[in-house]
Design a protein around this ligand. Structure first.
Ligand SMILES: [Fe+2]
Length: 295
């Protein structure tokens, strides 16, 4: 039984926006009883080789929200992503809403504040966000009750957000044939990730699960929605009653073979600031750093 009480009779409308450049899915989640909505894990476009930032993906979401006359109440980051840049401040500027992330953002900011040698002007207290969620915190989107569940392991600040019968798991789980996300970033831990996955799998069987990423394993089409029941039975890394020992062994061996994500360096610098670009220098220009042998 789950320690978390959720009402799966509340069924929000969930619209996914797939970003082919980073295999990320952003979501607009609409309260079934009003025009209120939340936006989960938005993406800012970057051509890293050219140092060029654009907003086509975010503009698509903004257009959809406006077309459907929705009111954005929350912008949720499931965690500090290492493979894409958040567009939350850009969307917030255009549509409003409060920006929320897990309380342990402070741990992530401390770690990467050091990696990128940020000065004292870089606040490591999460103050770039409007709300820092603790495990079990609730909030509302219109009349819909939402719940934040701390699901660390991939990163220390990872949260799963449950909105009605829909849970946004971030990188805690992938689709059943994708398994799970890596646990080898600073602050990551495969054993902790296993425990967090069990928290998600303790939700009611019919809970809809929405992934942050899908890579279409074995050539299948991109998909991002499954259920707790499906993951419990079929997830290739944790399904069918796999033990923690089996998972940790597999995950640790797999992670040792993985390259760093292509966009980790720009992503961390932007996402640890809540999606803001680093401040301009005295010339008025903004720069990203590349720490040599720092990651
Ligand atoms: Fe991630």
């Amino acid at each position: 039984m789950s320690e978390y009480r959720i009402d799966t009779s509340v069924k929000p409308e969930v619209k996914g926006f797939f970003d082919p450049a980073t295999n990320t899915i952003s979501y607009v989640v609409k309260d079934p009883g009003s025009n209120a909505c939340a936006i989960v894990d938005s993406v800012m476009d970057i051509d890293y080789a050219a140092g060029r930032i654009t907003y086509d993906h975010a503009d698509e979401i903004i257009k959809w929200v406006k077309q459907h006359d929705l009111k954005v109440e929350w912008l949720i980051e499931t965690h500090v992503h290492a493979d894409h840049l958040s567009a939350a401040p850009y969307i917030q500027d255009k549509l409003g809403g409060k920006l929320g992330i897990g309380r342990n953002i402070t741990v992530v900011q401390d770690t990467f504040g050091k990696v990128f040698n940020e000065g004292t002007e870089f606040q490591r207290d999460g103050s770039q966000f409007d709300r820092l969620f603790d495990d079990g915190d609730t909030y509302k989107v219109g009349g819909m009750e939402c719940l934040a569940i701390h699901t660390p392991g991939h990163t220390p600040a990872c949260m799963t957000h449950v909105m009605g019968d829909a849970a946004f798991v971030g990188d805690t789980l992938f689709m059943p044939d994708g398994g799970s996300a890596r646990a080898d970033f600073p602050g990551g831990d495969a054993s902790v990730l296993y425990n967090s996955i069990q928290k998600v799998l303790s939700l009611p069987d019919e809970t809809r699960l929405f992934m942050c990423h899908d890579y279409g394993p074995n050539g299948r089409d991109i998909r991002w929605e499954t259920t707790v029941a499906d993951e419990k039975l079929h997830n290739i890394h944790v399904g069918g009653g796999k033990t923690k020992e089996e998972f940790v062994k597999f995950r640790t061996e797999r992670d040792a073979q993985l390259d760093m994500p292509k966009l980790i360096i720009p992503s961390l610098q932007v996402n640890m600031r809540g999606g803001e670009l680093p401040p301009a220098d005295t010339s008025g220009k903004r720069f990203l750093k590349v720490p040599l042998n720092g990651l």
